[in-house]
Design a protein around this ligand. Structure first.
Ligand code: UDP
Length: 343
């Protein structure tokens, strides 16, 4: 609640995996929510349960274009703007790299301008990808990263780095009150089966009895955060009232190899899928783990969901999806999507 009244919140990317969970959390606190989504990787079905919710609205629009008239109205009342809009899995963001870059740069600029005009507070969903293939481990917010500026991941990594730059500049010049989260690998219900990331791929492959695709030798590491923990971190960061804290890592510091993840999912699903090796994608980071000291100290935030509990819930969700939809999408591997063109 703000000034005794319910908040008005804009969630760009509101139909996506993270965005739809954020919309749910905000609505459950009494907020009015407008989701904006171009439905490129976001899906209406993530928001179907909100169709009759009077405090919720979805606008089908792309933030790289001039924002819809309704969002430019002088009467628009917005207290918070969350920018979660961007394809975020490597096969999806690489399928149309130009659009990915423009979403982070032009889209973020459009939303920052809206933030300035409305006096709202702005939240940028940045990413651990801004650290590239990190030479500092675990990654602290003070690390500048090791990013290939011209490789296939650059459209996302450099786009998000530029989005951070813009956001910092609006803050520095007093044009907007901003918060920046650097999100590490996150998983949970409402991921797309064809998202292409390792958690959804391995679970969907295991459930379908398809080959489990491990890129490289599977010794690369990631640290996986369950979605509800992450959304709690978003809201704590947005609500933080101290001086601008800079960017804040949000992720679960429990690190494991991709091979270990696959073994756990195979054991939990009882699947007899074979594990097959595929080439390691170009510039694939060798290891990743957040240092979350800043989030702990400033926000009192700590991810609480153990990996096995989160995987269990995610496996159950994908299982239900498969049971309810005989034409359910399959896992998506990098080579498939790149040969197929934009999604
Ligand atoms: N990966 C894999 N098999 C897959 C999909 C991904 O082995 O089917 C690997 C990928 O090469 C990377 C790790 O899993 O090393 C995490 O990849 P993901 O796309 O989930 O996230 P990101 O690379 O953005 O951390």
């Amino acid at each position: 609640m703000k000034n005794g009244k319910s908040k008005h919140v804009l969630v760009a990317g509101g139909a996506g995996f993270l965005g739809s969970h954020l919309c749910d959390a905000l609505l459950s606190e009494g907020a009015h929510v407008i989701a904006v989504d171009n439905l490129l990787t976001g899906r209406r079905q993530n928001l179907r349960h909100l169709e009759r919710e009077p405090r919720f609205d979805l606008i089908d629009a792309d933030i790289i274009k001039p924002l819809p008239a309704r969002l430019r109205s002088k009467r628009l009342k917005i207290d918070e703007v969350y920018n979660l809009a961007c394809a975020a899995s490597p096969p999806h963001y690489q399928a149309d790299p130009e659009h990915t870059m423009l979403t982070s740069v032009v889209g973020t600029h459009n939303l920052l301008t809206l933030t300035e005009a409305t006096g709202a507070r702005f939240f940028l969903a940045s990413t651990s990808e801004i650290y590239g293939d990190p030479e500092v481990h675990p990654q602290t917010e003070s690390y500048w990263g090791n990013v290939n500026p011209t490789g296939p991941r650059a459209c996302y990594d450099e786009g998000k780095r530029a989005a951070e730059t813009l956001t910092f500049d609006f803050e520095r010049s007093g044009r907007a009150d901003v918060r920046i989260a650097r999100i590490f690998n996150t998983y949970g219900p409402r991921m797309r089966a064809d998202d292409g990331r390792v958690v959804s791929n391995v679970i969907c492959q295991a459930l379908a009895g398809d080959d489990i695709t491990i890129y490289g030798d599977g010794s690369q590491t990631r640290s996986f955060c369950y979605v509800s923990d992450l959304i709690d971190g978003f809201q704590r960061l947005m609500a933080y009232e101290g001086p601008f804290p800079g960017a804040v890592n949000l992720g679960n510091p429990v690190e494991l190899t991709v091979g270990d993840l696959a073994s756990r999912v195979l054991a939990m699903t009882g699947s007899s899928s074979r594990v097959v090796r595929r080439p390691l994608p170009v510039d694939d980071p060798r290891r990743r783990r957040p240092d979350i000291t800043r989030a702990k100290q400033l926000l009192g935030w700590n991810p609480r969901t153990p990996l096995d509990a989160g995987l269990k819930a995610t496996i159950a969700w994908f299982s239900d999806e498969r049971a309810n939809d005989t034409k359910a999408a399959r896992a998506l591997t990098l080579e498939n999507v790149l040969s197929a063109g934009p999604v």
